[in-house]
Ligand binder design. Sequence first.
Ligand code: NAP
Length: 263
Amino acid sequence: MNASRQTVLITGASGGIGYELAKLFARDHHNLVLVARSADKLARVATELRAQGVTVKTIALDLAAAPAPKFLFDQLQSGGVSVDILINNAGYGAFGDFAQMPEEEILGQINLNITALTQLTRLFLPSMVQRRSGRIMNVASTAGFQPGPLMAVYYATKAYVISLSEALANELRNTGVTVTCFCPGATHTGFAKRAGTEKSRLFKQLGAMNAEKVALDGYRAVMEGRTLAISGVHNWLVAESTRFAPRKMVTAVSRWVAEKVDS
Ligand SMILES: NC(=O)c1ccc[n+]([C@@H]2O[C@H](COP(=O)([O-])OP(=O)(O)OC[C@H]3O[C@@H](n4cnc5c(N)ncnc54)[C@H](OP(=O)(O)O)[C@@H]3O)[C@@H](O)[C@H]2O)c1
């Protein structure tokens, strides 16, 4: 038994960045609790990762549904599972004008990206503070550094995640618990298809990173206890530039990047 073996809860672990993070934690002999909606995909991931000699528990849940975060917490409590590292990764975006966007898409993004993440953090944090040990990583996005016309709600949810995480990291200093806000830029996963942004200038012309590389950046950031980490030097430069450029210009560029193109 590896003495440093910890239990890591990863939401959105059936694919994309969450799946790549799960592989990294398994490689380093940590036990896993994996959550997503698709039970079949989770089962496949679990079979693959158990081959590394780690324990993998899967829980299929729609975290955007109101009772899900509390249900997940209660399930783990009653099973005697103590979470050492919480990775709030599940999230999604939707492309389109706000005025035409179906209410369920607007609330769906808020419920998953904001509400579930906040609830899970609040539920798992007290026992970490009590143990004076724990790590939380909230996956935001470079989208959180500026307004996002055509994906207004998604960008706003990620701004919330950055703000919440930096504030919590400050509140928790000297408690033994770290909060890391991890910000990927465009990444090749199932995200763009679900969001309807595969034909955006961002994904078609400006280029996206691969999920393995992005997950490795996130893994290092959470294990080092960094408060804010942006994946990719080019993404870091863009995020930093928004602090000095006029806000109207930043918003206009953000729209240009999100617009759909033919080639
Ligand atoms: N890809 C990008 O360009 C990009 C850029 C910046 C930030 N991010 C952020 O990175 C995180 C991971 O995204 P990704 O790119 O890896 O996307 P992805 O490939 O679409 O993966 C999303 C994961 O979340 C799960 N999920 C989605 N809705 C869920 C729900 N209601 N309840 C529970 N699980 C749910 C999905 O599994 P099921 O479908 O089985 O539920 C999947 O495992 C997100 O927070 C996203 O906002 C992505």
